[in-house]
Design a protein around this ligand. Structure first.
Ligand SMILES: Nc1ncnc2c1ncn2[C@@H]1O[C@H](COP(=O)(O)OP(=O)(O)O)[C@@H](O)[C@H]1O
Ligand SMILES: [Mg+2]
Length: 251
């Protein structure tokens, strides 16, 4: 498992009597796009809060790029890029200032300017570098968040429902962009979503429901296991919940 950039081993987390995560295990390999598919309340954001060290799991173990999150926290977190469910950009600061602040937090020093310019070039926002984030479209704001998450060149990118609030074209563009990134950089990606159409091109899909991991397989294998023709059917069979797509509920 030397290629794994994320190892989650039997992690549980309760809020009072509610078991939000129940002995969840998963891994992400270098260059692998893993989709974490689950309806609202499945425990996706709770898992992300554990992976980013905001909460400590009740039981279990997390390793990021071979570093134990509990014992080697700063090395583990240095290998992690994250885009949270809620945007954490400062809308009144310029695009460049948002990126520079993150670079300082990661102690990037002199390398920062060059890396910021390279990321802005990659996302096609060089001309907006000195505009406040507020002036950008939702899709471009998300791209800035991805660029920021990648500035310190992490091994693992976490994205928590990153397409919420975007129009269908921007959603598709963001998904394609992240697929390209992981191929180009050998980046491991864990992409959380409740939308079945966002997981079709994933290398593996992990289905999470009520805090439990119900399945972990390629999209094709998942349909095979569920005996269904498509992922929406597999999702319904596994979870008993109505599958949702960008366009709404699958009928
Ligand atoms: N801070 C919290 N305190 C109490 N309950 C919480 C808290 N955060 C999440 N929950 C509950 O834990 C469950 C999992 O939530 P969450 O991890 O946000 O799921 P998802 O991101 O998949 O929608 C839900 O039932 C939610 O209401
Ligand atoms: Mg969530």
């Amino acid at each position: 498992m030397s290629q794994a950039v994320l190892h989650v081993d039997s992690v549980s987390k309760s809020y009072g009597a509610l078991k939000a995560l129940n002995e969840v295990s998963l891994s992400v390999a270098r260059g692998e796009f893993v989709a974490l598919l689950g309806p609202n309340g499945a425990g996706k954001s709770t898992l992300f809060q554990l992976l980013t060290g905001l909460f400590v799991p009740d039981t279990g173990r997390i390793e990021i790029d071979t570093h134990d999150l509990r014992r080697q926290g700063s090395q583990a977190l240095a290998a992690l890029g994250v885009v949270f469910q809620q945007s954490t950009l400062d809308l009144d600061l310029t695009v460049r200032a948002n990126l520079r602040f993150h670079a300082r937090l990661h102690g990037m020093g002199r390398a920062a300017r060059e890396r910021i310019d390279a990321e802005l070039e990659r996302i096609g926002l060089v001309e907006q570098a000195n505009s406040p984030v507020r002036a950008l479209s939702g899709g471009n704001r998300r791209k800035v968040e991805v660029a920021r998450a990648l500035l310190h060149q992490p091994a693992l990118l976490l994205m928590d429902e990153p397409t919420v609030g975007l129009d269908p074209a921007s959603r598709r563009a963001l998904l394609e962009y992240v697929h390209e990134l992981r191929a180009g950089r050998g980046l491991g990606v864990l992409w959380a979503t409740h939308l079945v159409d966002e997981v079709e091109d994933a290398d593996r899909v992990i289905v999470l429901h009520k805090g439990r991991r119900l399945a972990a397989a390629t999209p094709d294998a998942l349909c095979g296991q569920a005996g269904t023709a498509n992922l929406a059917g597999a999702f319904l069979t596994l979870t008993g919940e109505t599958p949702r797509t960008q366009e709404g509920v699958v009928s």
